[in-house]
Design a binder for this molecule. Structure first.
Ligand code: HAM
Length: 422
């Protein structure tokens, strides 16, 4: 029996990979425009990095991490998200000393042991950014505007929901209000919520059970409990989003699935992906760098889910196609084949996508192959043509043909063919 890929782990095949490349190129291009630099961090980290940052009572840490002991018995985890590893690297290499404000992005796979479904995988990919060293509300709006622009340039429209989760000053007051509310309903909650109510009350609002969600419909709103500084910050974030013409709505029940957030949080949502409506999400985490042993600097960031963006592009009929071959050389006979071998190489050295059939099958078969490769042109070389020192160049779209001189050296005719093709 053949060995298959793991459940929730997907191969990205040619034909789909081109859409992924476009997503990543658009992301990289826009990240660069906004002054971000790429960082690459390991896939494996010490488990305590995620326990300390994402939070012990989150679904991710409690239920979804790929954690195992390595051969020395150390507990390792395959990164379930990118923020903690990027911040670990920021602290480890003292990047704040080089520049007071750092703008970093990373693109790569993440791992969560979730129940796979459309748009939800166990290995998935994120393009994520982090801005470290400033808590200015303009930056919150700028970062959300950047996410917005990526989606716009991809041709997608989504909705942006924002919230503020306050800070360690105002959170206790809100927690108390939430606790009072939950106490009256404790027996109606799922076991997870009953437990989390006592350890980390905010987490209950992230419960996925429909029954619990119904219970929380009239829960107190964090926005009614923000301290004056947080209220002022949130109001300024909204004003700055208005200045950038980025439309948004406020959702005071959005708590996000990770514990490190403070103040601004946001999600980019779509109605076109079934249950997995978030194509991207992020927020501010002003205490996290310090918590990870670094300086007391604020930060904000977000991650876009590449699989979900690719699905959305497909849904909108905006998938990218495999690149076309510029010129397929169909050669008939050993001498023509040997000639084609050198010509294909010369065309490639001139920057063209060139291909041939090394088996030298019938002309009909070779033209079929050129068609499958969506070749723009085919250069046909049989024995007769070779004797005359020429080939037939066929435009595969309109079927027009012209004879081309193939005498002289490879530099001369490959330059001539390039001129016709571009
Ligand atoms: P997150 O909300 O856990 O945030 O994930 C961000 C995005 O990753 C989601 O909106 C979704 O598009 C995608 N995603 C998450 N889980 C899956 C999955 N199982 N399958 C497919 N796609 C998925 C974070 O990870 C934060 N680190 C974002 C951040 C960066 N906050 C600040 N900086």
């Amino acid at each position: 029996m053949s060995v298959k890929a793991l459940k929730g782990f997907k191969d990205i095949l040619p034909g789909t990979v081109e859409t992924w490349q476009r997503i990543e190129q658009t992301g990289r291009d826009i990240f660069h425009r906004f002054g971000f630099f790429e960082i690459k961090v390991p896939i494996l980290e010490k488990t305590k990095l995620f326990q300390r940052s994402i939070g012990e009572t989150t679904d991710i840490v409690e239920k979804e991490m790929y954690t195992f002991a390595d051969r020395n018995g150390s507990s390792l985890t395959m990164r379930p998200e990118g923020t903690a590893p990027v911040l670990r690297a920021y602290v480890e290499h003292a990047l704040h000393v080089k520049k007071p404000i750092q703008r970093l992005f990373t693109i790569g796979p993440m791992f969560r042991h979730e129940r796979p479904q459309k748009g939800r995988l166990r290995q998935f990919h994120q393009m994520s950014v982090e801005v470290l060293g400033t808590n200015h509300p303009m930056v919150d709006a700028e970062v959300m505007g950047m996410a917005w622009l990526i989606l716009k340039e991809l041709g997608l429209s989504v909705s942006l929901e924002i919230n503020s989760l306050g800070c360690p000053k105002c959170r206790p007051e809100f927690n108390q209000a939430l606790l009072d509310f939950l106490e009256k309903r404790a027996d109606k909650l799922c076991l997870d919520c009953q437990r989390r109510r006592l350890t980390n009350p905010l987490r209950v609002l992230d419960c996925k059970s429909q029954h619990c969600r119904e219970q929380y419909e009239n829960a107190p709103s964090i926005l009614d409990h923000l301290c004056p500084d947080c209220a002022e910050h949130f109001s300024s974030v909204k004003k700055n989003l208005d200045l950038l013409n980025v439309p948004y709505s406020v959702n005071s029940f959005m708590v996000r699935g990770l514990d490190y957030y403070t103040r601004t949080t946001f999600e980019l949502l779509t109605d076109n992906l079934g249950a997995q409506s978030a194509v991207g999400a992020g927020g501010r985490y002003d205490g996290l760098v310090k918590q990870l042993g670094g300086p007391d600097v604020p930060g904000i960031g977000f991650a876009l889910g590449v699989e979900r963006l690719a699905l959305l592009l497909e849904h909108e009929g905006l998938s990218s196609e495999e690149p076309q071959v510029d010129c397929f050389i169909a050669a008939l006979g050993d001498e023509a084949l040997a000639r084609a071998f050198v010509m294909v190489n010369a065309l490639r050295m001139r920057g063209l996508r060139a291909a041939m059939d090394h088996q030298g099958r019938s002309l009909k078969n070779q033209m079929k192959q050129a068609g499958r490769m969506k070749a723009r042109y085919a250069l046909i070389m049989g024995e007769d043509e070779l004797e005359k020192g020429e080939g037939i160049l066929r435009n595969m779209e309109n079927r027009e043909q012209q004879n081309v001189e193939l005498g002289g050296d490879s530099s001369a005719w490959s330059t001539m063919i390039k001129k016709i093709l571009v």
